[in-house]
Design a binder for this molecule. Structure first.
Ligand code: SF4
Ligand code: SF4
Length: 468
């Protein structure tokens, strides 16, 4: 909050919430329909985001889904690459990198994510709110309709709007489900009756109801009350963070435009259009507030006003506190530099692990409680437990070998090692060494798993020898 406004106008705005009446009841926000270059740009970004969200489940690479996030069966495909529970370390690192990335992004660019990318804002402002404007008209008409008594026209408009809202919520819930089970399975479920998969059906209904509740009723409160990211703004933002700011040095003292306006009057003509368009109902002229989702609607509204009255645009703009107060352009703060270094290091580790990630994971353990065995021909053997995970989309026929002892023999117990795509096989095997090689207590052995002569993974273990 800038000190100048605090001093001149007091801090009464801090005593109340834009969305709560004096009696403590919900105050419904009727934001005026935004228009302008930022709104147009956000519409284009939203279009591509929605295209990706609804289109990605249909994309297949080599017959396999582009994205699957099956948390129930712990199967994941991200950008065509299969991942499984054994890749949990990659997920953990990626999650840390995402969190650090969000912190860094917020320190530098404020709530750019909220205004342009967040699914809540995209769906609310670019989908549901547009439908509302289309059916009920702009803010003043919506208000009049809500205050009017019940009529056939009101019933029709409300019924149409709520039906579309629920249908869209149902579509969104099904789309999220397709990210979990895949479009093919979803399509199969749609053709069958709900009684054949009641749990999935009820889950979809519950999520549809939740989305419907959020977009038709709860709305901006998801950002101002529930969203944890919104709560973090106070600790993440610093005076160099670029957020949506009202240039109070230019705007104050505000006042209605008059013919005798003197040069000492500020550029703000107190038309309150920036407040009227705000989807969270706040007045950005009071300074940076937790409720501001950086949606840019107030920039567009004010730019239009400035254009009409022949004053320079950008009275409300993307700027840092330091830029507004002391004219200092934003630079990387020490906090942002620290986050950047951590993020670069994490990204490098993830990239290295991804590039060196094998298609197969081999686990070998000497069978617990077992000592060496003497074979009838005098050789010495050890028994091992084997587990091989196939992370790829291909069926693998693999073989085992001991790489560091040429005379070692591997004898499998059971059939050949054939592993289904993204499957696991478990077995047991012996390593048999000639008596001369097995005369030490603990002999290191390197075991590798191969397919078509190519080593897919290797592990180091030990062999218990026979000491005379
Ligand atoms: S839209 Fe611009 S001129 Fe109008 S009240 Fe807001 S800041 Fe002032
Ligand atoms: S203050 Fe401006 S940017 Fe912030 S939520 Fe309101 S309209 Fe959007």
């Amino acid at each position: 909050m800038n000190e100048k406004i605090e001093t001149e106008r007091g801090e009464e705005f801090r005593d109340s919430l834009a969305t709560v009446t004096k009696e403590g009841k919900r105050k419904w926000i009727y934001p005026k329909k935004p228009r302008g270059k930022f709104y147009n740009a956000r519409s284009i970004v939203a279009f591509f985001l929605l295209l990706f969200l609804f289109g990605a489940p249909f994309i297949k690479i080599g017959g396999h889904p582009f994205i699957i996030l099956n948390v129930i069966e712990r199967k994941f495909i991200i950008f065509g690459i299969p991942f499984g529970p054994q890749d949990i370390y990659l997920f953990a690192l990626a999650m840390i990198a995402v969190i650090v990335g969000i912190f860094l992004f917020t320190v530098v660019y404020g709530r750019l994510f909220c205004g342009w990318i967040c699914p809540q804002t995209v769906f609310m402002e670019m989908v549901f709110r547009r439908i509302e404007y289309w059916i009920e008209g702009d803010a003043s008409r919506q208000k009049a309709l809500n205050n009017a008594g019940l009529s056939s026209q009101k019933f029709f408009k409300k019924f149409l709007k709520q039906s579309i809202f629920f249908s869209l919520s149902f579509l969104i819930a099904n789309t999220f489900l397709s990210y979990i089970i895949g479009v093919d399975k979803l399509y199969k479920y749609i053709l069958e009756t709900p009684a054949q998969h009641p749990a999935t059906f009820f889950a979809v209904l519950i999520f549809s109801a939740l989305f419907y509740f959020v977009f038709s009723y709860f709305r901006e409160q998801a950002c101002t009350i529930v969203c944890p990211y919104g709560r973090l703004q106070g600790v993440l933002l610093d005076p160099d963070s670029i957020v949506i700011h009202y240039d109070y040095k230019r705007g104050e003292p505000r006042g209605k435009i008059r013919k005798d306006s003197s040069a000492s009057d500020g550029d703000c003509i107190d038309c309150r259009l920036c407040v009227d368009v705000c989807p969270t109902g706040i007045d950005i002229r009071n300074g940076t507030q937790l409720e501001c989702v950086n949606c840019t609607a107030c920039i567009d509204a004010c730019d239009e006003v400035m254009e009409k009255i022949g004053r320079p645009k950008k009275l409300i703009k993307y700027a840092s506190k330091n830029e507004i107060e002391i004219g200092k352009k934003s630079k990387f703060s020490p906090k942002a530099t620290g986050y950047t270094l951590v993020l670069v290091a994490l990204s490098a580790i993830i990239l290295f692990l991804l590039l060196n990630r094998s298609e197969v994971k081999l686990n070998v353990l000497r069978s617990p409680g077992m000592m060496y065995q003497e074979q009838p021909d005098g050789r010495v053997s050890n028994l091992y437990d084997l587990k091989i995970i196939n992370k790829s989309f291909n069926t693998l026929n693999v073989s085992l070998s001991v790489d560091n002892i040429k005379s070692a023999e591997i004898r499998l117990i059971g059939n050949d090692l054939k592993i289904e795509p993204q499957g696991v096989t478990e077995s047991k095997f012996f390593i048999i060494l000639p008596k001369d090689e097995a005369k030490f207590l603990k002999i290191p052995v390197k075991i590798s798993v191969k397919a078509d002569g190519k080593i897919l993974d290797a592990v180091q273990t030990s062999f218990l020898g026979k000491v005379n």
